[in-house]
Design a binder for this molecule. Structure first.
Ligand code: GLU
Ligand code: MG
Length: 435
């Protein structure tokens, strides 16, 4: 520790910007109990530095209290100071979890799922990102050359992400596009891990004079970047609860209800998981980002798919089989996405919904009548339409406590308004600067 080391108390806000109030590292322990104060109205700041109408006045204050173990430390190297990142959640001055805090929302949603079903959700996020504004020649996509072109960055990032259980760092389909994924963890820690992974990658890129953007579309012609969420369930005894070898799509009847709930609310989920105007330059058929609210096995054009395991043993397959929601992108708040996903699925379980039709192939290539017969709906094609879907879905409207819901929608509507006349090029430039 050096006297200059700062511990950044940080929170991923409604627009998925990681904000911070730092303290000298040797004062962190003194902040563990009551955290640091912050004006609640700060929750209404937009990713574009605006402030939307909100219910909080000049007196309202929350405490940003560090969450045990939700931290990442990147050691100092050469002229680069260490980065100590400590994620927080918001408590009232009396220690009650604030209901406008995305992390508290996720905690509450996962607790509701657990209380009613006995299930814990395990999640792992795949982060696609693009190196922009760089003269680097990346060579062919997926190539050794592409990876070697950024090897100093990739290797330092790999080391920094080992504590977060890095599983893969690979070149992707786009020029300068890469993907990083970490192993699944139970509960809200999955979203913590997603937030930390993004920020560690940004930090290491900065150290190498690079700019890594998680924007879903770095330029109108670029390959889009998603943040697919892989997830599975375990019961109270810790046993995998998703897989049933003999069942359609190899999912248990309870999991079928969860899947159907997610599809029933996929429009509303789009507003939360693909929450920026630029998200809709990525989302759509033909790019493996998904354009329809369809379910399939292995199907990369489906919004929700089963990812089967190559393990032939029933126990191995049960351990490794998971579901993947493909709608989310790097402008979404991982807590809101995971919490909303859990509540959408829980609603389907409550209603005992049957498994949706298993779609093979690209739904965009099916005749419209076939799609209608199977209940496959196109995803919203703009953020505005996605927000309409969220607001017209009575159940989805009740997922987030009112101050969180209202402020989230206000922030997102303000982004729509701010870019109403923007060209695709201007839109991508604006979001590259923030994500
Ligand atoms: N880049 C695609 C997306 O926008 C995903 C490609 C893949 O399957 O990895 O979601
Ligand atoms: Mg990928």
């Amino acid at each position: 520790m050096t006297p200059g080391d700062l511990a950044m108390l940080a929170w991923c806000d409604l627009g998925a910007v990681l904000r911070t109030r730092p303290v000298p590292l040797d004062r962190l322990d003194a902040r563990r109990r009551h955290g640091l104060g912050y004006a609640t109205a700060g929750a209404a700041i937009t990713p574009l530095d605006g402030l939307v109408d909100n219910p909080w006045g000049p007196m309202d204050e929350m405490r940003l209290v560090p969450v045990d173990d939700a931290c990442a430390i990147v050691p100092a190297r050469d002229a680069h100071p260490a980065m100590h990142l400590h994620l927080t959640h918001a408590l009232s001055p009396d220690g009650v979890p604030c209901n406008w805090c995305p992390r508290n929302f996720c905690d509450a949603a996962l607790a509701a799922l657990e209380a009613e079903t006995g299930w814990t959700i395990w999640s792992a996020y795949e982060h696609e990102f693009t190196i922009i504004d760089s003269p680097i020649r990346f060579g062919a996509v997926y190539s050794v050359e592409a990876l070697r072109a950024i090897a100093p960055f990739a290797y330092e990032a790999t080391a920094a992400l080992r504590p977060l259980d890095l599983e893969c760092f690979e070149p992707e389909f786009g020029h300068g596009q890469f993907e990083v994924s970490c192993a699944p963890v139970p509960g809200t820690a999955g979203a913590d891990r997603a937030v930390l992974t993004r920020e560690v990658l940004r930090e290491i890129a900065r150290r190498h004079g690079l700019r890594a953007t998680f924007s879903p579309k770095p330029s109108p012609e670029a390959v889009g970047s998603g943040m697919h969420v892989h997830f599975s369930f375990r019961d109270r005894a810790g046993r995998p609860a998703l897989y049933d070898r003999a069942a359609p799509a190899t999912v248990t009847p309870k999991a079928a209800g969860f899947i159907a709930g997610v599809l029933r609310h996929i429009g509303a989920l789009s507003a939360i998981c693909a929450p920026s105007p630029v998200s809709y330059l990525r989302l759509g058929p033909g790019h493996w980002s998904c354009g329809y609210g369809a379910f399939g096995v292995q199907n990369r054009e489906a919004a929700l798919r089963v990812c089967p395991s190559p393990d032939r043993s029933p126990e191995g397959a049960a351990e490794a089989t998971n579901l993947e929601l493909r709608v989310p992108d790097g402008t979404c708040n991982p807590y809101l996405a995971l919490g909303a996903l859990a509540l959408a699925g829980l609603a389907g379980m409550r209603d005992n919904l049957p498994l949706p039709p298993i779609v093979d192939g690209d739904p965009a290539k099916m005749p419209e009548a076939d799609r209608r017969r199977r209940g496959i709906e196109a995803l919203p094609s703009t953020l505005s339409a996605a927000l309409d879907a969220l607001e017209s879905d009575a159940l989805a409207r009740s997922w987030m406590p009112w101050p969180l819901h209202a402020t989230f929608v206000a922030i997102k509507r303000s982004e729509v308004l701010a870019h109403a006349d923007a060209t695709a090029a201007a839109l991508t430039r604006a979001y590259n600067q923030r994500y």
